[in-house]
Design a protein around this ligand. Structure first.
Ligand SMILES: O=C(O)CCC(=O)C(=O)O
Ligand SMILES: [Fe+2]
Length: 350
């Protein structure tokens, strides 16, 4: 485990894991819970990236899920051709290498991925995956769903919502029918050279973007420790959508992962819409930082907390202003539009 980036704060959810499951509804929040909520508020106002600990997922859970993913991505091309193909309508299945671009101004991202959604609402098709792969993935999903409920309450408290509104976020995730668990693999980059790091027109491991939903929980394998993940500081001009950021190659800071059971939380576009931009959705990207990293496989896992499909996302009255910047939109409508944008790739990967 490395130390991560000291510019990005660490927030522990320990005070939300209690005998009552950390519930604060109807109770006066404890001083520890208020402290945690204050930390979240401060970070979400500045940029929206933090290290999250003590949320109910163990180091062993993370190790097991990464070993499982590595077996999937180690399949050869012929075997991968038998996997269920990524379907943008369900956001599930296997996306082949270099077929999506999170920044549509760049060539396709240098990654491949496998997505699942809640088995209560989708049939995750595990055809062709290694023995036991689906069981491990589903069990990790269950843990993350449980952990998310703690984060929802902490975020409601951070938003300083009235006591009766403490379940504001939880209510938008009643069904968990639009969130996605995405397993990602970035193979070694063959023709890497230092001058070809992040110029406009270069393919990156993941181009500049903001995530689509409320927040994302990001995990990295111990070996590559998420190397290359960078976040744009809000005061460096990051907007709430990533358009145009390909041309602004300044203000990025490394957000090296700590591995193990520490997740990186990053905020998505809907959090900015709920708060009329008081909380930020922060641009981030994944670059190849050096020769050594170019020679290594990189793995990551993202749990995209996208609110339930039919939830209308509009500025919360607490943040309503004379001019609300965003019109109400359903979570399903917004996220689906972003998924389709991602598939409009320009040209070919280098
Ligand atoms: O792989 C990472 O570290 C980041 C992944 C990411 O930003 C995404 O999939 O949206
Ligand atoms: Fe992202």
């Amino acid at each position: 485990m490395n130390g991560g980036n000291s510019e990005l704060p660490t927030v522990s959810l320990a005070s939300f894991i209690g005998e009552c499951g950390g519930c604060v509804v109807g109770d006066e929040p404890t001083p520890e819970q208020r402290l945690t909520a204050g930390q979240i508020d401060a970070v979400f106002r500045r940029h929206g990236f933090l290290y999250l600990t003590d949320f109910g997922v163990s180091e062993e859970d993370v190790r097991v899920v990464f070993n499982n993913m590595k077996r999937l991505f180690a399949l050869n091309d012929e075997e991968k051709a038998k996997l269920s193909k990524f379907d943008p309508r369900t956001n599930t299945g296997f996306s082949k290498f270099a077929t999506e671009a999170l920044n549509t101004l760049r060539p396709p991202d240098l990654k491949e991925s496998f997505n699942i959604r809640s088995r209560k609402h989708y049939t995750n098709d595990y055809t062709g995956t290694p023995e036991g792969f689906g069981d491990v993935a589903e069990s990790f999903w269950d843990k993350l769903e449980e952990a998310s409920r703690r984060l929802f309450i902490a975020c409601a408290l951070a938003m300083k919502l009235p006591r009766e509104d403490m379940r504001f976020f939880e209510r938008t995730f009643r069904r968990f029918d639009f969130s996605t668990l995405r397993m990602l693999h970035f193979p070694p980059v063959e023709d890497f050279s230092p001058d070809k790091l992040t110029r406009d027109g270069d393919a990156l491991r993941i181009g500049e973007h903001t995530d689509f939903g409320m927040v994302t929980l990001l995990f990295h394998d111990a070996e590559s420790a998420g190397e290359g993940l960078q976040v744009k500081k809000a005061d460096a001009g990051a907007g709430n959508d990533a358009s145009g950021v390909a041309g602004t190659n300044t203000g990025w800071i490394d957000a090296i992962s700590r591995g193990g059971a520490t997740a990186i939380v990053n905020t998505g576009a809907l959090i900015a819409r709920w708060t009329n931009d008081e909380w930020r959705a922060t641009a981030h990207r994944v670059v190849v930082p050096n020769d050594a990293a170019a020679g290594r496989d990189r793995y990551s896992l993202a749990f995209f907390l996208d609110p339930d499909k039919d939830e209308v996302i509009e500025t919360h009255p607490r943040f309503s202003d004379a001019v609300d910047k965003y019109k109400p939109i359903t979570s399903g409508g917004f996220v689906q539009m972003k998924i389709e944008e991602m598939l409009k790739v320009q040209g070919k990967a280098t």
